[in-house]
Design a protein around this ligand. Structure first.
Ligand SMILES: [Zn+2]
Ligand SMILES: [Zn+2]
Length: 396
């Protein structure tokens, strides 16, 4: 990231079709970026970026990223973070919540300290904070999380006091003892709370919604579903999620986690303003099939287009950057392009409390843009006014 103008670059993206810049229809036009921010004009001879034949979208916002290229973000080395984040940047992801899977308190604290250091030094321009996925999760819904590293809400409250500065989101199981106190503490400090890896009931969701819980981690993955212990059906977290009317939620549209019918149900229930595309991309992203990798304290293995735990009882995150899920979401649900873009930009930015600085091209927003071909593959990435070549990692 050397050679940058302090405060960002100046660019004029022209001749493309602008989509998802702000609420409203796509339009033919230009996006002016002045010193790293979207602007009406720029007097500094901005670098022209020809978007002919392309869609011009806000940079992609991925609020659930564990790593790439063999680096899991629970590694504390800043260089590991930079390599993983750079891989996602080249794929089109200009804003990342670094997501830490369940691991030891010491490793979690070290990774949070690395994030704070990178944020303070502006050494990781796409990093917007940390999303702790765990370790206060329901054992029955743990998925690929290492059961040896799950902890109680009281333990996690203790670990997160005082609040680490880089923390922006926590995924937890709201039905566990002590969760209410933890949720109140987090939301009271402006941290977003998501229900995930959980068997929460509709009543748990309603109660914790009152405490500020606002988001749902990956629908269907790590969620309890309908049971019928006797005559009557009892909804699980899945059905409570689909019936919710205010919460935002994540889907992983990598072609392996959810078939088309389930993505369609999620989109019909929540709509593009509440449904976020996330990658859940692990350290296995960008590695060849057969490679082993760490995610938190767990080990995963890369297969052809997906990753699984070593015992193959669970998928283990994904190996797909966010950009590659746009075309799949469109293919599998028939969603309009503008809606797919919203689900990868404005909606996740809102869920993380980053909108409209991120996920929009409104004046004053960060000058992060991706140019998408008609097939929704990333052609060029612009970060704070600096053009980058794309895409990274070959085709879909
Ligand atoms: Zn998960
Ligand atoms: Zn995850």
């Amino acid at each position: 990231m050397s050679g940058q103008i302090p405060g960002g670059g100046c660019a004029l993206v022209h001749s493309g079709t602008v989509v998802g810049a702000a609420p409203g229809p796509a339009y033919r036009g230009r996006v002016v970026i002045c010193r790293g921010r979207v602007s009406h004009t720029c007097p500094h001879d901005p670098v022209p970026v020809d978007a002919a034949g392309c869609l011009v979208s806000p940079g992609l916002v991925d609020i659930h990223v564990h790593g790439a290229l063999g680096h899991d973000l629970t590694e504390a080395a800043p260089a590991a973070w930079q390599q993983a984040l750079d891989a996602h940047l080249r794929a089109g992801t200009t804003t990342v919540l670094a997501t830490l899977a369940s691991t030891s308190p010491a490793r979690t604290a070290a990774a949070l300290a690395t994030a704070a250091e990178l944020l303070a030094g502006e050494e990781a321009p796409t990093l917007a904070g940390v999303h702790l996925e765990g370790p206060c999760l329901n054992r029955e819904q743990r998925g690929a999380h290492d059961p040896a590293h799950l902890r109680t809400a009281a333990d996690v409250l203790d670990e997160l006091t005082p609040l680490p500065g880089a923390l922006r989101m926590v995924t937890l199981a709201p039905e566990l003892p002590g969760a209410d106190e933890l949720i109140s503490y987090l939301t009271g400090h402006g941290v977003r709370v998501a229900a995930g890896h959980s068997a929460a009931t509709p009543a748990d969701l309603a109660r914790t919604r009152e405490l500020g819980m606002s988001h749902l981690a990956h629908l269907w993955s790590g969620q309890s579903a309908l049971t019928r212990p006797a005559l009557h059906r009892i909804p699980g977290l899945l059905e409570a999620s689909l019936a919710s009317d205010e919460l935002t939620a994540e889907v992983i549209a990598d072609g392996h986690h959810l078939p088309a019918a389930l993505l369609t149900i999620a989109l019909r229930c929540l709509g593009p303003e509440r449904l976020c595309l996330v990658s859940d991309a692990t350290a296995g992203t960008g590695l060849p099939p057969g490679s082993a990798f760490q995610t938190g304290a767990s080990t995963g293995r890369v297969h052809d287009g997906y990753a699984a735990t070593e015992d193959r009882t669970s998928l283990c995150g994904s190996v797909t950057p966010l950009a590659h899920t746009l075309a799949r979401m469109r293919e599998m649900t028939g969603a309009p392009i503008a809606d797919v873009v919203t689900m990868a930009t404005a909606t996740p930015a809102r869920a993380a409390g980053l909108y409209p600085l991120k996920g929009s091209l409104l004046p004053g927003a960060d000058g992060d843009v991706v140019l998408l071909g008609p097939d929704l593959t990333v052609r060029t990435v612009v970060l704070r006014g600096h053009p980058y070549p794309g895409p990274w990692g070959g085709g879909r």
